[in-house]
Design a protein around this ligand. Structure first.
Ligand code: ATP
Length: 214
């Protein structure tokens, strides 16, 4: 239940989608059982860590055969909340916003962005993959009426704080922030930052190290 999900350490939670990927692949090949060792090899991890992570699902493995793939899949999906997919609104339908609107797959990612908002009149009344782009001033009313808890911010960094405040004032409680702005939000509001710049910096540093050994 929800309480179990709260007990999972964040790093373990972040590894769960990897297990799902492997389970989906096995399911496609009509497999029924999977072992810790198999999952560990597939994901290049220690099998003791896999066993520890999977203990949070409450599904127990059987000696010799391992875990039942269907059961384990369901349990993991429930843990990450993918079996009750969350609806979200996105603000800032530029290149990045458009990519997220068009390519996030609700059944794979658990998040269903149902429409986008923008202030640029040229972008309004257009659609991205059948999703409407609406004027930003419609967000508060719609968010409340549709009980949307999650907001995705892909507008320019300079506008991010005011967009976050609009979201919070509209009753939204979780923000997926793709801008470089460090958002100030009231207590009880969750912000998850996707920091492309720091991710690139890590990549470049590691690559520079690799090149030193050429
Ligand atoms: P494009 O050239 O299509 O606008 P972009 O990714 O270069 O793409 P950005 O300048 O990053 O555009 O802006 C992203 C989107 O955010 C744009 O669609 C822009 O109209 C929108 N935007 C700008 N300011 C705000 C704001 N205050 N609130 C909501 N959306 C905004």
């Amino acid at each position: 239940d929800d309480n179990t999900a709260l007990c999972i350490p964040k790093p373990a939670l972040r590894r769960l989608p990897g297990y799902l990927r492997c389970l989906h692949a096995l399911h496609k090949e009509h497999e029924t059982w999977v072992s810790c060792t198999y999952l560990a090899d597939y994901l290049k991890m220690e099998s003791s860590l896999v066993r520890k992570d999977l203990a949070y699902t409450g599904v127990s493995g059987r000696p010799k055969v391992g875990y039942e793939i269907g059961l384990l899949t369901q349990a993991i999906e429930r843990l990450i909340g993918w079996d009750n997919r969350q609806d979200a609104f996105l603000v800032g339908v530029g290149n990045l916003g458009r990519a997220l609107l068009g390519h996030l797959e609700p059944s794979l990612h658990g998040l269903n962005i149902i429409c986008g908002f923008d202030i640029d009149p040229d972008k309004l009344s257009t659609e991205v993959r059948g999703k409407m782009i609406l004027p930003l001033n419609k967000l508060p009313d719609l968010a409340r009426r549709m009980h949307i808890d999650i907001g995705v911010i892909t507008c320019p960094a300079a506008a991010a704080q005011s967009v976050a405040e609009l979201m919070v004032n509209s009753g939204m409680r979780a923000i997926w922030n793709f801008t470089q702005t460090h958002l100030q939000v009231p207590e009880g509001i969750i912000v998850e930052n996707v920091d492309l710049a720091s991710s690139i910096a890590v990549l470049l540093t590691r690559f520079a190290e690799l090149k030193q050994h050429d």
